[in-house]
Ligand binder design. Structure first.
Ligand code: F6R
Length: 360
């Protein structure tokens, strides 16, 4: 049941520290700090030169996050919408790994793309939450995210766990294919280990509820981010529209000035996600919106320069650039949740949506 919570979504948001701890448990070798994804003996990903990640919706945002983590680790990777794959699949060859990312493992679009990749001769792997799901059975390999059951239609904890597992997997693939772990692994693992407790701290604050109330009734809600902050901006907007029924859009920070700025008014709050990747540029992009009267809410660590510039801020604990966006995402989940609650929406079962989409 929902226990002390009014909705499964809120319960599942609060389960994230546990879900993440479960996801990483036993998957990092404490003796040498190496990533020991137990199902994949060392060398499993030897020769992988090229990764295609296929997914839909929130899982696509996790896939995009994973593709950027792979790129940053030096592996060629592209995230693709599974429902576009049948008409726009890039070629696969012997050194291509296709990763299907699906919480349920039952999404028809994703299964159909997975089957197409298999037929084209790719090695396949699925990242899923559901043991025994169709995607888990059909892919060559499976990485379970171990997030526990997710009842709310809006995916929350599974996004975080998928993104974290893809970040670890990116490091493993890079290590196997190059013979040594990427240099940034040393800073990532300690920060990953403290992420559950950092999330507990973040979840104990009520700043997101205050922000939701302050900007209630706005015309549109915009979310911007750069690098790993970009999938977070997309996810922030998807969650917001899905459960509040209000208009929201996510943009790459630098894209705002290439068109969307025409929509910006004092009635369109802009949430700016700072992940430590060229933050000064993102801040400038946010200021361009602010000049047009839009309130800017910075999602960033305390003491960040954006705090002085922005109208409001949502604090995230200090961490590695590779994880900052995931902490920011939890603040945005809370904003969406509280905004939907103020509007009295059926948060766990938004209209027209189903937990698992089994038609193409
Ligand atoms: C949004 C949401 C959907 C799913 C999408 C894929 O909150 O839950 O966008 O992410 O339908 O579902 P899975 O991950 O089960 O393949």
């Amino acid at each position: 049941g929902k226990g002390e919570y009014d909705h499964f979504m809120l319960k599942e948001i609060h389960e994230q520290p546990t879900a993440l701890a479960q996801a990483i448990e036993g998957r990092i070798d404490p003796t040498n700090g190496r990533i020991a994804l137990e199902d994949f003996p060392p060398g499993t990903f030897d020769g992988v030169e090229n990764v295609q990640l296929i997914a839909c919706g929130t899982s696509y945002h996790a896939a995009l996050y994973g593709s950027l983590a792979l790129n940053q680790a030096g592996i060629r990777a592209t995230a693709l919408l599974a429902n576009e794959y049948s008409v726009t699949a890039p070629p696969v060859d012997d050194d291509t790994l296709v990763i299907a990312v699906s919480q349920s493992g039952e999404t028809a679009d994703t299964l159909s793309a997975l089957r197409q990749a298999t037929a084209a001769g790719a090695d396949t792997l699925t990242v899923t939450n559901v043991v025994g799901s169709t995607a888990a059975r059909e892919a060559d390999e499976t990485l379970f995210i171990r997030a526990g059951p997710e009842i709310g239609v809006a995916a929350t904890k599974t996004f975080s766990s998928q993104a974290v597992m893809l970040t670890l997997l990116a490091q493993r693939i890079a290590a196997d294919s190059r013979g040594e772990p990427p240099a940034d692994l040393q800073s990532l693992l300690p920060d990953l280990a403290q992420m559950p407790s950092q999330l507990e701290d973040l979840l104990a604050t009520d700043d997101a509820a205050h922000i939701a109330r302050q900007y209630q009734g706005s015309q549109s809600y915009f979310f911007i981010g750069r690098g790993l902050g970009y999938p977070v901006a997309l996810e922030g907007a998807l969650k917001f529209k899905e459960i509040t029924y209000e208009h929201a859009e996510g943009f790459a920070s630098g894209e705002l000035k290439h068109g969307p700025l025409a929509l910006v008014t004092p009635d369109t709050p802009v949430f700016a996600v700072f992940t430590g990747e060229e933050d000064e540029k993102t801040l400038k992009n946010a200021e361009e919106a602010q000049t047009r009267g839009a309130p800017v809410i910075a999602v960033c660590p305390e003491g960040h320069r954006a705090v002085e510039v922005a109208d409001e801020h949502l604090e995230i604990p200090d961490t590695d650039d590779e994880l900052a966006g995931l902490l920011a995402n939890v603040q945005l989940q809370l904003v969406s949740y509280h905004a939907a609650e103020l509007l009295d929406r059926p948060i766990d079962k938004p209209r027209n949506l189903a937990k698992s989409v089994t038609v193409e």
